[in-house]
Design a protein around this ligand. Sequence first.
Ligand SMILES: Cc1cc2nc3c(=O)[nH]c(=O)nc-3n(C[C@H](O)[C@H](O)[C@H](O)COP(=O)(O)OP(=O)(O)OC[C@H]3O[C@@H](n4cnc5c(N)ncnc54)[C@H](O)[C@@H]3O)c2cc1C
Ligand SMILES: NC(=O)c1ccc[n+]([C@@H]2O[C@H](COP(=O)([O-])OP(=O)(O)OC[C@H]3O[C@@H](n4cnc5c(N)ncnc54)[C@H](O)[C@@H]3O)[C@@H](O)[C@H]2O)c1
Length: 475
Amino acid sequence: MSDGFDYDLVIIGAGVGGHGAALHAVSCGLKTAIIEAGDMGGTCVNRGCIPSKALLAASGRVRELRNAHHLKSLGIQVDHVAFDRQAIADHASSLVSKIQGDLTNSLKRLGVDIIRGWGKIAGTQKVTITSDSTQKTVTAKDIILSPGSVPFVPPGIEVDAKTVFTSDQGVKLESLPEWIAIIGSGYIGLEFSDVYSALGCEITMIEALDQLMPGFDRDIAKLVERVLITPRDIETKVGIYAKRIIPGSPVVIELADFKTKEDIDVIEVDACLVATGRIPATNNLGLDTLGIELDRRNYIPVDDHMAVLSGGEVVPHVWAIGDATGKMMLAHTASAQGVVAVENIIGRPRTVDYRSIPAAAFTHPEVSYVGLTEVAAQELAQAEGFEVATTKSYFKGNSKALAEKEADGMAKVVYRQDTGEVLGVHIFGMHASDLIHEASAAIANRQAVQDLAHLVHAHPTLSEVLDEAYKRAVV
Ligand SMILES: Cc1cc2nc3c(=O)[nH]c(=O)nc-3n(C[C@H](O)[C@H](O)[C@H](O)COP(=O)(O)OP(=O)(O)OC[C@H]3O[C@@H](n4cnc5c(N)ncnc54)[C@H](O)[C@@H]3O)c2cc1C
Ligand SMILES: NC(=O)c1ccc[n+]([C@@H]2O[C@H](COP(=O)([O-])OP(=O)(O)OC[C@H]3O[C@@H](n4cnc5c(N)ncnc54)[C@H](O)[C@@H]3O)[C@@H](O)[C@H]2O)c1
């Protein structure tokens, strides 16, 4: 063990990626250290998944309890529903503290050395850690880089972190502006529009591309818009970008046509959430000491084994995982990549199967998917010479959804016409984030709709929505 090195493995960055890698490394018998310059747990725990899901949980209840029409249809009457913004914000921050503590303790309990400071590669199998005025160097047989990402703020947008802010501040729910502009209709825009609209804010959502939720399957995005955007207090501006945003009271937003760049309008709002994507946090990692160059979007180039590449060649003993690799910016992707990197380090070759990694937006109801959109499947089909087929089923035909009176929703299965292999599954509806895992397993095993149509699902359950979709594919 360690072969004269201080550690078998040193990990730079204690986000979910680094944490997942560290736990797996210890279980494989590697002497491991993890270096963190900021908050233990990184984005997901402190500024991402965890606080945002706490806000979604509380605001979702408010929405549900204020939906008198829905409750009445179930025979329930609720007279007055009030909420306390600060108490909701406190729920999010105490959950962050709890999960941050649990994550840190799990590392300590397993004997992972936690080193606080800025980690940097300092040559082959060597890392320096700088904290305040001290610097130390450790040696390691292998190094995993997991530095994560930070919000992307387009040029022209000034963030004052009070009236114009990113999700880093948004998750703190410091205020509930009467009118808020949300720039971007991706995951963050969608989830925060769910929170703010449930808590009574008026929203203007601005999306540069010519459709809302451009990353989602088209049929799903259209239905999501019909259910989550149109009936709510959300105005949308599509094909329009925020050319300039000046913080203050009011916040001034200059809008321009995304294609022609012509000025269109100026709006004044109480606050603005900038949700325009994230960029890798890959500066000052000492990559140059090993001749490693970032790709043109500043991600760390890796192969499917998570080995870092330089000029297309593997750099021995250096691995990278998580948002900084730009593969799929999700918490569970980061930790799965961490496990794969460790497996390769210990000589058990493994790759990441991105096709079978699910994703979800935790709106009310939820959106989830795994695999390819229909458009992406068509592109693959053209390249490889096969036909694509799709099938859909609806929550309004599902007994459990009808019992709940939550019948908005759809599942769509994208598959190969010739072999029946499932290429992608997209779900919008109640508990979509849980329902997707069956499809994820099917894609991981490259299963065909013909086989899946014979699985037996319990009745009455929401999972019968997928059962129905698979069956429809084979009739
Ligand atoms: C609002 C929001 C909601 C989200 N919700 C979800 C969700 O519901 N589900 C989901 O799957 N994903 C979600 N995500 C995405 C998820 O947070 C990220 O994919 C995940 O955090 C990536 O993990 P990581 O380990 O790659 O990086 P990070 O979590 O960013 O961690 C990197 C860590 O490395 C540290 N670091 C960087 N450089 C150095 C250095 N040189 N030395 C020492 N330390 C360093 C940083 O301080 C940081 O703590 C959300 C993101 C946001 C912003
Ligand atoms: N539930 C989850 O898993 C979850 C939740 C939140 C965030 N995340 C992760 O965080 C990452 C970042 O989320 P995000 O929503 O910021 O990014 P995103 O890439 O999902 O969406 C950004 C949107 O902003 C638009 N845009 C960019 N510049 C613009 C401008 N100047 N004016 C108007 N529109 C503009 C883009 O066209 C795009 O639709 C995501 O990639 C996701 O992986 C995941």
